[in-house]
Design a protein around this ligand. Structure first.
Ligand code: ADP
Ligand code: MG
Ligand code: ZN
Length: 476
């Protein structure tokens, strides 16, 4: 029997406004508990919410970028439920007139491009945060009232991998828009995953479960992999799936039941009487649209076309806006985009990973990188020397040309200066010489390597190669 996996994702995003969505309290992360609160976000009776204008603007920015239709009239509703992290006993959210609906986000799978439809984008307030201890729980209301944007997809993903690609693509767009830190560890981006299984060809959707508590995109993928297998196994055994909310257990990599449909909430939504409806003026929306930068997808296509990058290279580079900007500056300065891409995705990216820094904080001006690459092009230094030189340039912030002069790192192409090293390499590695004579051509490469080592990477490898072949031919 072959099954189809169906996945829909709900993403909650904390918008990076300075103050909360319905009061003036600060949204700073990491302050002492309960120091950023007031009667509004503590839910005191009689306090009144006032909408933060920027939160609506940032929401619209996301909605436009996701190709949604923005509502003519935006209304807020009360979502009623009782939980200690929600002092009012209701959350101000949006029900039937959300900020925006019917958008789309493209993902790139191994086979093709795929459109994932966005069902809705709406604005709501975050809740307080509970800390469970041994026999008690503590609560921090600093988070209460931080603007949250909920982005709900249609059930258009058909594998955990596609869900992962969707989240990555979405995060990349959100980072380009500069609307949130998108930091999953700090909780500024959270994801609930809905998943069901059906027989291939079936029209009706299967019974779904909703999985919570993942703290990374890889975690979402792993949870969905586990859950899809669990559901398929149940169906194979002739059992049925129970609609329920499940928690992902990060340590054990499994999902566990949390609450079933029977215990599910009836939220008794009704219009929030303390907030008026909101309307966007046409020109206001147009200004927001104008302020949206070139997004990852069009940028990727342009990089492929303008810089002849491979699909893969272009996708990696545009996934982060700062990296894309950096690449473009270097490519223009140096003139060989492929070389720039290789260095960026190779040695530079490795250096950043090792030292835990992002490109914004990388001490390597585009001029410096392209200067170094030009020295390789013109044969002043070898590619091998460049690898260590690069780290030196980053660490000291020195101009590459100066550094090469100062350290005497110029490439050696003069046969007279290479002669000794070549002779030594041959004398010390008779086995390679024999191998070469017996037809093992790449024995030469080993000898080239020895010469490079003797010259501390400065010998012109092509020249050395030529010299060795000449010499070994004579020895034949
Ligand atoms: P709920 O009322 O339980 O929140 P919704 O219908 O509002 O459910 O959908 C929430 C999310 O679940 C959406 O992202 C949607 O695409 C997804 N979804 C709905 N039904 C299914 C299903 N049968 N299988 C997988 N995902 C689903
Ligand atoms: Mg839900
Ligand atoms: Zn407040």
């Amino acid at each position: 029997m072959s099954y189809e996996i169906v996945i829909g994702l709900e993403v909650h995003l904390q918008l990076n406004t300075k103050s909360k969505v319905f009061c003036g309290c600060s949204t700073d992360f990491g302050s002492a508990p309960n120091t950023q609160t007031c009667p509004v976000c503590l839910g005191f009776p009689g306090s009144l919410p006032v909408l933060n204008r920027l939160s609506l603007e940032l929401g619209a920015r996301v909605a436009i970028a996701l190709n949604c239709q923005i509502a003519k009239e935006i209304r807020f509703d009360r979502k009623n439920y009782f939980y200690p992290d929600l002092p009012k006993d209701y959350q101000i959210s949006q029900f039937d007139q959300p900020l925006a609906q019917r958008g789309v986000l493209n993902i790139i799978t191994d086979e093709a491009e795929k459109k994932i439809r966005i069902r809705r984008v709406h604005l709501e307030e975050d809740t307080g945060k509970l800390f469970h201890q041994k026999d008690s729980s503590l609560i921090d209301f600093n988070r209460s009232g931080i603007p949250l944007l909920e982005i709900v997809s249609e059930p258009d993903m058909n594998s955990p991998e596609e869900a992962y690609l969707y989240l990555t693509a979405l995060k990349s767009v959100l980072e380009y828009l500069d609307v949130s830190d998108c930091n999953m560890e700090e909780g500024s981006l959270r994801c609930d995953a809905n998943i069901s299984i059906r027989k291939k060809g079936d029209k009706e959707l299967g019974t779904k479960t909703e999985i919570k508590n993942m703290n990374s995109f890889k975690g979402v993928k792993a949870a969905l992999e586990y859950e899809s297998k669990r559901q398929i196994d149940l169906l194979e055994d002739g059992k049925r799936i129970i609609q329920e909310t499940r928690l992902y257990n990060v340590e054990r990599c499994i999902t566990e039941p949390m609450r079933s449909k029977e215990e599910a909430h009836d939220y008794r939504y009704f219009p929030e009487p303390d907030l008026v409806p909101f309307y966007f003026k046409e020109d206001f929306l147009r200004d927001i649209e104008k302020g949206i930068p070139e997004l990852p997808e069009p940028k990727r296509n342009r990089f492929i076309k303008d810089y002849q990058l491979s699909n893969y290279d272009a996708a990696v580079i545009v996934s982060d806006k700062d990296t894309a900007d950096y690449f473009e500056k270097c490519a223009r300065l140096h003139g060989n985009p492929k070389t720039v891409a290789n260095w960026l995705m190779g040695d530079i990216s490795a250096y950043m990973k090792e030292n835990g820094i992002v490109i914004k904080n990388l001490n390597l001006k585009p001029e410096r990188l392209s200067g170094m690459l030009r020295m390789i092009d013109s044969g002043v230094i070898t590619g091998k020397i460049a690898k260590t030189l690069l780290i030196e340039i980053i660490k000291t912030g020195t101009d590459p040309e100066e550094l090469v002069k100062e350290k005497g790192l110029e490439q050696i192409s003069d046969i007279n200066l290479l002669e000794n090293a070549v002779d030594e390499a041959v004398a010390e590695n008779q086995k390679s010489v024999v191998d070469f004579k017996n037809g093992k051509d790449n024995a030469v490469m080993f000898l080239v390597g020895r010469v490079m080592q003797k010259t501390k990477g400065r010998a012109n490898p092509n020249k050395v190669n030529e010299m060795l072949r000449e010499k070994l031919k004579g020895a034949k």
